[in-house]
Ligand binder design. Structure first.
Ligand code: 8ID
Ligand code: ZN
Length: 347
């Protein structure tokens, strides 16, 4: 099917800190190893907000169509595509492509590849009706997962799932989830519970406690409370074995070493601009390990999607139209979203 000359709607930012414009643009043509995907649902990640605000040391391409939680249907395949066909239900994640041939790719750490490209950052992403992606890094969606449910798993799901694994927590142990009511956090509560851990949710404002508990948090602590650290250490009898940092504000990081148990692991996924200031004394005497974690490999993604297919995790999804995109990001800036906002494309 030739898409040449066909037009579509795309959300585009022309420059950093500018609002989205909905433009009519050409439908892209897939290269030999790429597929063209008709997007059905596209999750809105805080990373997209960091991108358009220019929060990170390496700026995104401009103009930019962000979006790296794209779920849809293969509409056309390039001449050298193997393993995917027209009609397949697929997802497009943050890891757009990795080289497959470097020190890190060869060890199964493709997320660390220096030659990787990132969807909706270095290349245009999924806030548009059609997108193109290399067939090698597109993931097939389980048949019983709706597009709206699958979309948030493509970044929020896999990132929190991988982050939990990186805490090295074992069943029965406490995991503190900082930023628990957000896109990543609300998934982390559910994954950690499904993995046999005891999730303690931490977010700002007591009103988020009810929500976190309703999706499986064993206990909630308001990060703004003066007694947060005391409460945490009392409840867990000495701190959480794993601390998963998913908040998008740098102030959240002050808490991490204080609520981490001796011999515990702190895993940082949240990416606010700034530095992590850690009391050296606590770090050394408590033998704390601090580790970064970035999304997950294609295999992590398959596993993360399986939890969804089995009904062990369910995203809290609010759907919106592409034309409402500026409103979505305004709400995200204000920290008002519980779970994930997902753009549902018009049929
Ligand atoms: O691979 C990665 N490492 C990766 C993947 C995807 C996203 C990293 N991220 C990063 C994003 O770029 C962002 O910095 O993770 C962070 C969270 O993304 P998100 O879950 O998509 O953001 P959100 O839905 O806005 O949720 C953020 C939550 O943090 C809470 C907010 O209330 C909200 O619920 N929060 C904040 I802001 N400050 C807090 C604090 N001091 C806090 N929670 C506890 N203490
Ligand atoms: Zn993301």
């Amino acid at each position: 099917m030739s898409m040449i000359g066909k037009k579509m709607q795309a959300a585009v930012v022309q420059a950093l800190k500018q609002p989205f414009q909905i433009l009519t643009v050409d439908v892209p043509t897939p290269k030999a190893k790429e597929v063209l995907i008709k997007i059905k649902a596209s999750g809105c990640c805080h990373t997209d907000l960091h991108a358009i605000e220019g929060d990170w040391p390496i700026p995104p391409k401009m103009p930019l169509t962000p979006g790296h939680e794209g779920a849809g249907i293969v509409e056309a395949v390039g001449s050298e595509v193997i393993g995917l066909k027209v009609g397949d239900r697929v997802g497009v994640p943050w890891l757009h492509v990795a080289c497959g041939n470097c020190e890190f790719c060869n060890q199964g750490w493709e997320t660390l590849c220096l030659r990787q490209k990132n969807t909706g950052y270095g290349v245009d992403g999924c806030f548009r009706e059609y997108t193109v992606a290399p067939a090698s890094h597109v993931v097939k969606l389980p048949p019983n997962l709706s597009f709206e449910q699958a979309a948030p798993l493509l970044c929020a799901g896999v990132t929190s799932y991988k982050g939990i694994k990186e805490t090295e927590c074992r069943p029965g142990q406490f995991i503190a989830i900082v930023g628990a009511a957000g896109g990543l956090g609300h998934m982390a509560i559910q994954y950690s519970k499904a993995m046999g851990l005891r999730p303690i949710a931490i977010d700002v404002g007591a009103h988020k406690g009810q929500y976190c508990k309703s999706i499986g948090a064993e206990h909630f602590i308001d990060a703004t409370s003066l007694t947060a650290v005391e409460e945490m250490n009392k409840y867990t009898g000495g701190g959480a074995h794993g601390v998963l940092s998913l908040a998008s504000s740098v102030s959240a990081f002050e808490l991490l070493t204080k609520i981490c148990r001796r011999k515990g692991f702190i895993v940082c996924c949240g990416l606010p601009p700034g530095s992590l200031s850690t009391p050296i004394f606590d770090l050394v005497l408590k033998r704390i390990t601090i580790r970064g974690s970035i999304v997950g490999t294609r295999q992590d993604l398959v596993e993360a999607l399986d939890f969804g297919a089995l009904g062990k995790v369910k995203c809290t999804v609010q759907t919106k139209k592409l034309t409402e995109i500026n409103d979505i990001f305004d709400q995200m800036k204000k920290g008002k979203i519980e779970g994930r906002m997902v753009i549902k494309m018009d049929e």
